[in-house]
Design a protein around this ligand. Sequence first.
Ligand code: NAD
Length: 304
Amino acid sequence: MTDNNELRFDGAVAVITGAGRGLGAAHARLLAARGAMVVVNDVGGSLDGSADEGASPAQELVAEITAAGGHAVADHHDVSTPESAAQIVQTAIDEFGRIDIVVNNAGILRDKTFHQLDPADMQKVLDVHLYGSAWVTRAAWPHLREQNGGRVVMTTSVAGYLGNFGQANYASAKAGLIGLTKTLAIEGGRRNIKVNAIAPGARTRMTEQVLGPLADRLDPSFVSPVVAMLAHESCPLNGELLLAAGGRVARVHSAQTRGWFDEAPTPESVLANVDTILDPTDAPVVEAVEQEFAVLTDWLGSTD
Ligand code: NAD
């Protein structure tokens, strides 16, 4: 790509949550380098969200961006309550006068097998990932609606649609984010608000123990161009989920097998036809609820 068609963010204001380190910091560096004014939000917490480590990664990143000639401000509010999330958006309005982009990225881990999972470990992970993304987006939403334009990027995970051992809380939160993305895309699309999600893979403190030999190939900066494209006003996508890791980008979509039909199914006949029900041959992409009804109508209609 030549400089002439570089995707620029001059005049745009972005809130990036959990941006003091890891993936969020990489996103903030890239958007700021391309002209965005960035609210670098981060509570500076420990990996499990149990304690404030006293560090200020958000402030350090803001100093770095500012030294490089960019515009950024630090914000230390917690994403996980409606009141505090609203303060993050207010920081954008107070400091830069508007908000155009929300990148919901803040996250914690409290991995435990389900039989050891305390209610608090379930609640806290849902609070930060799912509710935090909803609250920050909700605070930004009236501004985006009023100006007839905005971009929201959610950060989900492969665990959200495939599940992962020891991650019942995290996978539930990340699956919830997929539903939130799809619904906000439908509602926001009418006002040029596009809402998409990424399922990233990158070496950060969250993953350094689990990536193995691939770790050196998975710098967070490989993910940020995908976020930047989704955050840009020229983004053609809405309601999509993109995998992004190490430079590979792919679409994750819902497919529906051709399925099996019987006018009078019984538990026994369903069991006898499990292989047909699961057969992935000729499994079309399903993109909207209406399509589900159309498929069912086809089946039921075919019995006339
Ligand atoms: P990270 O721990 O390096 O960064 C997460 C940041 O969020 C931290 O700086 C933390 O202080 C901040 N944070 C935590 N709770 C917060 C709160 N309540 N309010 C504001 N900030 C808060 O981890 P990362 O790998 O950069 O993760 C970023 C996002 O990407 C997370 O949502 C994570 O679940 C997701 N993700 C990461 C990977 C990966 O491979 N790294 C894979 C799938 C999903």
